[in-house]
Design a protein around this ligand. Structure first.
Ligand code: IMP
Ligand code: MG
Length: 176
């Protein structure tokens, strides 16, 4: 069994787009501090690259969530396997996600985090598959790239825990 991966977004294109996002976020939050929430594990690479390009003060926290349900589609019921270390009360919170697919995970997570009374709560995603969306209450404030309904790996995204370390975004075709 060999997986075929073709480049969808080259490393240079991803890095350039992250710089643009960092610039926009730095402008929008001028004079404030940002509390970045990295959703493990997929968002680790993106969060680091983004944080390096934000020029206002940044603090970081990490959360690990998994959605119950079989197969490749998420159920919308989210299990928090690692919660945040810090409270969100009064903070300018920016959730950093690798990819939004159905939107179920984020929809559930946003409801949980809102109850912790952040001053503001926004969402930044590297990738978005808008054609796959099944919820209507997830507003994305910063999007790296909108991509077609293909399964992608790299830059933190995995297939069966593999390929997170690819420096580009690739479309994977699994050969049985
Ligand atoms: P959602 O609840 O359907 O939006 O699920 C989003 C999660 O599914 C992401 O955080 C990823 O972990 C995973 N996911 C969705 N599409 C892909 C993909 O193309 N490659 C890798 N993981 C994906
Ligand atoms: Mg994820």
């Amino acid at each position: 069994m060999k997986d075929k991966i073709s480049v969808l977004l080259a490393e240079e294109a991803v890095d350039q787009r992250i710089q643009e996002l960092g610039d926009a976020i730095s402008r929008d939050y001028a004079g404030k501090s940002i509390h970045l929430i990295c959703i493990l594990k997929g968002s680790v690479f993106f969060t680091c690259e983004l944080a390096k390009r934000i020029t206002v003060p940044v603090s970081l926290d990490f959360m690990s969530v998994s959605s119950y349900g079989a197969g490749t589609s998420s159920s919308g019921v989210v299990k928090i396997s690692k919660d945040l270390d810090e409270p969100l009360e009064g903070k300018e919170v920016l959730i950093v996600e690798d990819i939004i697919d159905s939107g179920r995970t984020l929809s559930y997570l946003i409801e949980i985090l809102k109850k912790r009374n952040p001053h503001s709560l926004k969402l930044c995603t590297l990738l978005d598959k808008p054609d796959r969306r099944v919820v209507d209450n997830v507003t994305v404030d910063y999007t790296g790239f909108e991509i077609p309904d293909k399964f992608v790996v790299g830059y933190g995204l995995d297939y069966a825990q593999k390929y997170r370390n690819l420096p580009y975004i690739g479309v994977i075709e699994v050969e049985e």
